[in-house]
Ligand binder design. Structure first.
Ligand SMILES: Cc1cc2nc3c(=O)[nH]c(=O)nc-3n(C[C@H](O)[C@H](O)[C@H](O)COP(=O)(O)OP(=O)(O)OC[C@H]3O[C@@H](n4cnc5c(N)ncnc54)[C@H](O)[C@@H]3O)c2cc1C
Length: 469
């Protein structure tokens, strides 16, 4: 039995970051990972491959509008999927190798195989022969999540697929129905529509990207329609049948009409469930809720010496399944285990980015949430359409919307859809973190000409003083 201070199970953005931070703090760390490569969902099947595909879609968009840019000689624009896939794969494997390098640099032991909790402080890995590890301080469970379906829809991974298969398609599908309009659903809608597929999005809730501010959802619907993406909200998918050339999808639409959609693929993007199979964590008395590991705000389970972070956890309230959240939790858990003073994460300040076209960036309370919490809400928004930088980029859709509290001028949330929103949200995140007022944003000088001017102008607009509208 080999002894470590900390044994981390899972090398996703939660686990590998926790391991590096623990090692930086002088702890002896092992990471057990069942995949052959490091990086987990984000790096191997999630954030990185999808955003790589979206960059290809963006490049194609620019080329399709070559004549607007005065670029000549590009009359027949198309996309070569094998080149797209090999570039994407190179990016993914390069980044995964980067994590391997960081493990070596920080003297972290990588153990390949599937872990199970075999007793107090004991982790067992069966990969041919059995390896047993003892964690003298803590075990951090960071086993993440995997795609889940909805009743009546059986994923066959061939025609009825998940994001895991969608990222690897070797040719552009003629048509695709996407079930669910969360971040994953709308990002794939943007990718495949730009590549040339007929795309239909079916969403059960009354609007696209349901976690976003309502104004953002409405703007995305408008943009999708312009791009030729068909979107039905309030649509309940009841069945899907695979046939010779694709799949038939039955849905009851918002007007109660029942329709069958035919497509080459049905992409199920209805969320992800926790991965705890084979861990045998319940045997040690760890509390699970709907399969998620219950933790406190320091990521401790109810069993001393076992912590959990990332997509696999619940804290008794909605927990965002995001890479940067899992990493922040990993750092906090590692620092707490190393004996440092740590403060809980404020989940109201977690930025969310959706890289569809147009992009969405948001942080803090939506207008609806702020009203529900009893704030006397004051709103200010500013359209990208009048901004010099947006006109130059040919990206004039969308706006920045600020949600604030009238009484104290406190900034409560910033929601944006439009060019570079996934980058611009960083400014808003710092402002929220520093408990900024809107006035402080107004007095922050935004360089010209930049997309960030839209944030400054939205702050001015909140006080009824936008300059350029
Ligand atoms: C298509 C897609 C796009 C996404 N895009 C974004 C994005 O743009 N931005 C963002 O913030 N988030 C994004 N996400 C979400 C993000 O990927 C996850 O929130 C993040 O990966 C969670 O990290 P984690 O460490 O908790 O779990 P994971 O990354 O899932 O890692 C868990 C690891 O544990 C391993 N494991 C599981 N069980 C065992 C076991 N018993 N023994 C050993 N190893 C085990 C798994 O193999 C895996 O490597 C996306 C997700 C998807 C699916």
């Amino acid at each position: 039995m080999t002894e470590f201070d900390v044994v981390v199970i899972g090398a996703g953005t939660g686990g590998y970051v926790a391991a590096i931070r623990a090692a930086q703090l002088g702890l002896k760390v092992a990471v057990v990972e069942k995949q052959k490569a490091l990086g987990g969902t984000c790096l191997l099947w999630g954030c990185i491959p999808t955003k790589a595909l979206l960059e290809h879609a963006h490049a194609l968009k620019i080329m399709q509008h070559a004549s607007d840019w005065g670029v000549t000689g590009v009359e027949h624009v198309g996309i070569n999927m094998s080149q797209v896939q090999s570039r994407k794969d190179r990016i993914v494997s390069g980044l995964s190798k980067g994590v391997e390098f960081l493990f070596k640099k920080n003297k972290i032991t990588w153990i390949k195989g599937t872990a199970r909790l075999a007793g107090s402080g004991v982790v067992e890995i069966s990969e041919g022969e059995t390896t047993t590890l003892r964690a003298t301080k803590d075990i951090i469970v960071a086993t993440g999540s995997s795609p889940r379906s909805v009743p009546g829809i059986a994923i066959d991974h061939k025609r009825i697929i998940t994001s895991d298969e969608a990222i690897g398609l070797s040719s552009v599908p003629k048509s695709m129905v996407i079930l669910g309009s969360g971040a994953v659903g709308v990002e794939f809608a943007s990718i495949f529509r730009r590549f040339g597929s007929e795309v239909t999005v079916l969403e059960l809730l009354p609007r696209l990207v349901p976690v976003e501010d309502e104004a953002v959802s409405a703007e995305l619907l408008k943009a999708f329609r312009k791009q030729g993406i068909t979107a039905h909200t309030g649509a309940k998918v009841t069945a899907a049948r695979v046939n010779v050339d694709g799949v038939d999808v039955d849905a009851q639409l918002s007007d109660d009409a029942v329709r069958t959609f035919h497509a080459e693929y049905l992409l199920v993007a209805t969320g992800r469930g926790p991965v705890t199979t084979g861990l045998e964590i319940e045997r040690l008395g760890v509390t699970l809720e709907k399969g998620y590991i219950r933790v406190d705000d320091m990521y401790r389970t109810n069993v001393p010496g076992i912590s959990a972070i990332g997509d696999v956890i619940t804290m008794g309230r909605p927990h965002p399944q995001l890479a940067h959240v899992s990493s922040a939790e990993g750092i906090l858990a590692a620092e707490r285990i190393a004996g440092q003073q740590v403060r809980p994460i404020n989940y109201d300040h977690v930025p969310g980015c959706t890289y569809c076209d147009p992009e969405i960036g948001s942080v803090g309370l939506t207008e609806q949430e702020a009203k529900a919490r009893g704030y006397d809400v004051r709103i200010g928004s500013f359209p990208f359409g009048v901004l010099g930088r947006a006109k130059m980029a040919g990206e004039t859709e969308g706006f920045v919307k600020i949600v604030s509290d009238k009484k104290y001028d406190e900034l409560l949330g910033v929601h944006m859809i439009g060019p570079r929103s996934t980058e611009l949200v960083a400014e808003a995140t710092v402002a929220l973190r520093l408990e900024s007022t809107v006035e402080e944003l107004i007095h922050t000088i935004h360089a010209h000409p930049t997309m960030a001017e839209a944030v400054g102008e939205a702050a001015h607009a909140t006080h009824g003083a936008a300059i350029h509208v």
